[in-house]
Design a protein around this ligand. Structure first.
Ligand code: G3H
Length: 272
């Protein structure tokens, strides 16, 4: 996913849409079709800016059929996976099944999984192993809540989450790793971390990766920002040199708005 140009790393931007628990399997087909038409009209180049959607599990088969049948340039993945491959784990979904459905990516440790389901860094570490076992690109979500931010501990808190999930995993295993920084206080609230906040934390994440592995490795990892990203603010957020894309929640449910976010390069200059 990363190429070298004149000796410098060029990371391919990724705009990912996390549908959360929205959109049934019929609506999913309509949404992906509309998104594909809109991107086609906009002459979107998937090789230049990667697009992914993360539908609910029950939508994945329909999305697979549409994407493979119509050869759409849209990647898709799941919002979670089990740390186990099979067995008595009622309600859980194995990476084996996701791989068979053509998923290429999986979200790990979204703040709503951490909060609502009490997922711990140890569990997320095991889920990361499961993703790697099944050759699913892990999109590891990290970020702090409002209290932590107000206490000024956001950097140490977020980096501890990163370290906890990565512990024991080698750089060789993690070549496709994507990290998504999502300040919890900015999710679905309309409050957006400023471009400086997004850049500050993305740079801190990259520094931590350099410390844990190597500078070369850190320079290849894509770091996304998530939290109330819209077409009107995406270009300013992605202007940060360490911000390589966005994990979009609510705005990804509107195909026109999501396509507009994906076309963030067109808004450069207009958003400062
Ligand atoms: O995964 C996406 C994030 O939680 C952001 O959600 P949002 O764009 O609705 O704030």
């Amino acid at each position: 996913m990363t190429t070298q140009k004149n000796g410098a790393f060029v990371r391919r931007p990724l705009i990912a849409g996390n549908w959360k628990m929205n959109i049934d399997h019929m609506e999913a087909i309509a949404l992906v079709q509309k998104l594909a038409w809109t991107l086609n009209d906009a002459e979107h180049d998937h090789e230049r800016v990667q697009v992914s959607v993360f539908p609910p599990f029950t939508d994945l088969r329909g999305v697979q059929t549409l994407v493979s049948g119509d050869k759409l340039s849209i990647d898709y993945g799941a919002q979670d996976l089990s740390e186990h491959d099979s067995g008595a784990y009622t309600g859980d979904i194995s990476g084996v099944f996701l791989k068979k459905l053509g998923c290429t990516q999986v979200l790990i440790g979204h703040s709503e999984r951490r909060e609502v389901h009490g997922e711990t860094d140890e569990q997320l570490n095991a889920k990361l192993s499961a993703a790697l076992r099944h050759e699913l690109v892990p999109v590891l979500c990290v970020g702090e809540g409002l209290e932590v931010r107000e206490a000024g501990n956001h950097v140490s808190h977020t980096l501890a989450q990163l370290e906890g999930a990565l512990r024991g995993h080698s750089a060789e295993e993690l070549t496709e790793l994507v990290v998504a920084y999502e300040p919890v206080w900015a999710i679905g609230t309309g409050k957006v971390a400023g471009p400086e906040d997004a850049q500050e934390m993305s740079a801190a994440i990259r520094e931590k990766l350099a410390e844990l592995y190597s500078r070369e490795f850190a320079d290849t990892v894509r770091v996304l920002y998530g939290g109330s990203v819209k077409s009107k603010n995406v270009a300013s957020i992605l202007a940060g040199p360490d911000v390589d894309g966005a994990l979009v929640g609510g705005a990804s449910l509107d195909p026109e708005e999501f396509a507009n976010i994906i076309s963030f390069e067109k808004h450069i200059g207009a958003q400062g």
